[in-house]
Design a protein around this ligand. Structure first.
Ligand code: ADP
Ligand code: MG
Length: 207
């Protein structure tokens, strides 16, 4: 893939930054209006730390994770930070990922988020986008799908997961303070997770 991990992280950063106001607006409805600001600030710091010479995927993901952990306030910094760090641990020394490596990346990211945040599926969090996406990705590659078509299917599941967050009550994070009033609103973190997965998909598509 052209651009390697630096190219992929650049695209994630660009999409997060392009969606800064949208993510912040979603967080205004059920949180404290900072999700887009947190994420854009975090990725600006990540891109300052990375350069095109960072070709080791594991090392780059670890650097990104540490930066998100240290630079982003709010729940999402430590959660995404841990996700990237855990994904970095299992990709050390790699400069390319096979579909089964990508499955391992998604599983490690989910495990990191759950270790840190103690949430499960159905609590109206980023996990409601990432877990179904990872399940679909895994099912597709076991049927023999290639990276791009598995990522395309995974992104559809992430989008369905984001839609699903509109129908459920938040029981973790700030949105849980709203109880039933959180129904009808899509979760900001699930939305940023979907945007991240779509950026990864588009990176492999050659965007
Ligand atoms: N325990 C948790 N596990 C997984 N995701 C969580 C958890 N708590 C919050 N989140 C996610 O974090 C998002 C909010 O992030 P952000 O606004 O940046 O932080 P804060 O809620 O501290 O202001 C939520 O939309 C949700 O997806
Ligand atoms: Mg917030």
């Amino acid at each position: 893939m052209p651009g390697g991990i630096y190219g992929c992280m650049s695209l994630i950063s660009k999409r997060i930054t392009d969606n800064k106001d949208f993510l912040t607006e979603l967080d205004r409805e059920i949180g404290d209006s900072d999700h887009g600001i947190n994420m854009a600030r975090g990725f600006a710091a990540v891109m300052e730390k990375l350069s095109p010479e960072d070709t080791d995927i594991g090392a780059a993901l670890k650097k990104a994770g540490m930066t998100l952990l240290s630079k982003v306030g709010g729940a999402s910094g430590p959660l995404y930070g841990t996700a990237y760090m855990e994904a970095g641990k299992i990709t050390a020394g790699k400069t390319e990922l096979t579909p089964s490596d990508m499955k391992a990346v998604l599983d490690a990211a989910i495990a990191g988020i759950q270790k840190r945040g103690k949430a499960v599926r159905g609590e109206k969090t980023m996990l409601d986008a990432i877990i179904p996406a990872a399940e679909t990705f895994s099912a597709k590659i076991s049927e023999g799908a290639d990276m791009i078509s598995a990522l395309e299917a995974a992104c559809e599941s992430a989008r369905e997961g984001v839609e699903y967050t509109k129908t459920i009550i938040a029981t973790k994070g700030r949105a849980s303070y709203l109880g039933e009033r959180s129904i009808g609103h899509q979760d900001p973190g699930a939305t940023s997770a979907m945007i991240t997965l779509e950026a990864i998909r588009d990176y492999y598509r050659g965007a």
